[in-house]
Design a protein around this ligand. Structure first.
Ligand SMILES: [Zn+2]
Length: 658
């Protein structure tokens, strides 16, 4: 049976986001939730044989609506400048989540879907239904009433506790006060942006635009030490108790559903399949990275001894600083030299130019539409004359905003129904802040490309038939791969020369500087991999151990002891601000797993010669990005590569010198 060929979907406003008052927001939210309930009722009332039209279509509509009732309030909670609106978003998210849990345990809906005969449908439709039924099963729909009631109660509690955990992290922005002399080593633009206050001191916060440069460049050991201590103690002690509850409830949920622990439960629908496979993967990468990481550490320690004769070890607050220093001295590269080439606006234009060229799309700035903050920019994405979707860029820090960088889906796109909409929430230097040119660190440029990769993936996959096969249905341990791969573009001289021009002289960045940067970047690579593995281990440990009486600080020390190259900072409590322990729970390994895939996918672009060659990018767009989750990720990868995924390109990358 052939798929219908619907036209593009229509653009419908993510209207929850643009409510002007909490009352208006709540009104819209409640009416949308009521619509979900009425669609559900309609599905259950249907008599006679179950068909795609009378069951799958309304269920898919319900899923799409529900996804938006979760994503928009969550996003609003993260970015809205108004406290009452954030509060309303938080409460609405929890209410939508309770409804989602109820739905996932609704035996009648499950039976209706299970009765569908999909044997004559396309493989994409069959795959959507297979995933839907599997999700019901994982939720516990086929358990007795008492078990389902307990599952429901636990899920509601877990959501609420998770919100509490995230909120404590977001709201605990700390700062240290230093004197002008303490800024020694920091870039000029940073120093200019941090003039002393009336009392002669300078406040340095734990937010990225402050903390990243300080950890890298501040010459004074005490400044890095003090800021790192605050940084690693955010949300401590509040989150000690919150995290213990979060872990315990998840542990109980997993056991109730006959899993040994939550890590096994949460990996069951991922590419990796089990916690043991995730642990084996972590160990495999650790073994490959170990010798090179050891070499990196010896080099760092040797450099530290020039400053601190007889130093026995690297401290946690030394790592970024000495890595940058060795890069500057031994590899003749200073990351600060790149900053003048990365003025925010030029970088954004460059990103648009490159992705347009690769994927055959264009961007049109939209003005006059509502936004939640005046600094937010709105764009429509086109391919030829056809509009593919809309996105919102909220890229600069402000009070009470989400402090990391992330992409968020806002409207689920499906063919012939709706155009997808998504947003970025980041914290890059702000050209409007009045501190002169907004120069980005190279790592921030990578972050922008990375997050924009998620956004594009979401928008380009908005033409699939079923919501369940759109972006939200992609295996979580594949989702980072396309974004990690796009980071490769900012390390390529041909690509960089298209936008990295000096903000004062207009001179493009030289090929030599890029080559130096790449060699310098390769130094410390294995060490950085070890740090990622430490986080992956920590996240697996918290969710595989017996949750009763767990001392999370002792587990933190234990994880560090498995990676002795990365010292624990005694007296700090990283677990309290490791936000992934809520959102990702046991599956932090996904970043490294996706990176293995990213390096494999990239090997094909590299073989093609130019990263700006549209032929390969268009194949990639059509075979991977555009397919959303119409197939298991392993098959999408195989379609593009013409073979199974391999570990080799990752290993090569780990060993290469730039
Ligand atoms: Zn990402």
């Amino acid at each position: 049976m052939s798929e219908p060929q619907p036209g593009p979907g229509r653009l419908s406003s993510p209207k929850l986001l643009f409510a002007k008052t909490p009352t208006e927001f709540n009104g819209r939210f409640q009416s949308d939730l009521a619509k979900c309930r009425s669609v559900l009722k309609k599905i259950l009332k249907t008599q006679g044989p179950r068909t795609i039209e009378n069951t799958l279509e309304p269920f898919d509509e319900l899923s799409r609506r529900l996804e938006e009732l979760l994503s928009q309030p969550k996003f609003l909670f993260d970015v809205h400048p108004d406290t009452a609106m954030r509060q309303a978003g938080d409460e609405a998210y929890q209410e939508a989540d309770r409804f989602a849990t109820e739905l996932s345990l609704n035996r009648d809906v499950y039976d209706a879907l299970a009765a569908l005969d999909v044997s004559g449908e396309t493989s994409a439709t069959r795959f959507a239904v297979k995933k839907i039924l599997r999700d019901f099963h994982l939720a516990g729909v086929d358990r007795d009433d008492a078990t389902r009631a307990r599952v429901k109660a636990l899920r509601d509690e877990i959501t609420a506790i998770g919100q509490e955990f995230d909120k404590a992290i977001r709201e605990d922005v700390r700062s240290i006060h230093v004197g002008p002399a303490d800024l020694e080593g920091l870039p000029d633009d940073f120093v200019k942006a941090h003039p002393p206050g009336d009392d002669g001191t300078i406040a340095i916060t734990t937010n990225y635009p402050d903390s990243v440069p300080v950890f890298r460049y501040a010459r004074k050991d005490s400044v890095r030490h003090d800021l790192m201590e605050e940084y690693l103690n955010r949300a401590h002690p509040a989150n000690l108790e919150v995290l213990a509850r979060l872990i315990a409830k998840r542990d109980e949920l997993a056991r109730l559903l006959d899993y040994d622990h939550f890590a096994d439960y949460i990996t069951a629908d991922k590419m990796i399949g089990t916690a043991a496979a995730a642990q084996a993967f972590v160990s495999k990468v650790a073994t490959v990275a170990e010798p090179r990481a050891q070499g990196d550490v010896e080099e760092l320690l040797a450099r530290k001894r020039q400053d601190v004769p007889g130093a026995q070890a690297l401290e946690r607050w030394d790592l970024n600083y000495y890595t940058e220093l060795v890069r500057a001295e031994s590899y003749a590269f200073d990351a600060k030299r790149l900053r003048p080439y990365f003025e925010f606006r030029k970088v954004l234009d460059g990103l648009f130019g490159i992705t347009s060229r690769m994927f055959g799309v264009r961007y049109r700035r939209i003005s006059g539409t509502p936004v939640w903050h005046l600094s937010v920019e709105v764009y429509d994405l086109y391919r030829g004359r056809q509009r593919l979707g809309r996105f919102y860029l909220d890229l600069h820090p402000r009070k009470d905003k989400y402090t990391h960088a992330a992409a968020a889906g806002l409207v689920v796109g499906t063919a012939g129904r709706r155009l997808p909409q998504a947003a970025l929430m980041c914290n890059f230097p702000d050209p409007e802040a009045g501190h002169g040119p907004a120069l980005m660190d190279f790592s921030e440029v990578e972050t922008l490309f990375h997050e924009f990769g998620h956004l594009l993936h979401g928008l380009l996959s908005g033409g699939v038939r079923w919501a369940r096969n759109a972006f939200g249905g992609i295996e979580w341990d594949f989702i980072e791969a396309p974004s990690q791969m796009l980071e490769e573009w900012v390390r390529d001289p041909e690509v960089l020369r298209t936008f990295a021009v000096h903000h004062e002289t207009g001179e493009p960045v030289s090929a030599d500087l890029i080559a130096q940067m790449r060699r310098a970047e390769a130094f410390g690579r294995a060490y950085e991999v070890q740090r990622q593995l430490l986080y992956a281990t920590l996240s697996l440990l918290y969710y595989t151990r017996d949750a009763a009486n767990m001392d999370t600080t002792a587990v933190l020390r234990e994880a560090h002891s498995r990676f002795p190259l990365i010292p624990h900072f005694e007296g700090t409590h990283f677990q309290c601000n490791f936000g992934h322990l809520n959102g990702y729970s046991a599956i932090y390994y996904t970043y490294m797993w996706s990176l293995v895939i990213a390096k494999d996918l990239f090997s094909r672009f590299r073989a093609a010669g130019s990263l700006l060659d549209p032929a390969e990018a268009e194949r990639y767009r059509d075979l991977i990005l555009g397919r959303g989750s119409e197939k298991p990720a392993a098959e999408l990868i195989r379609d593009f590569l013409g073979r199974e995924m391999q570990f080799g390109p990752f290993e090569t990358w780990l060993r290469e010198a730039g």
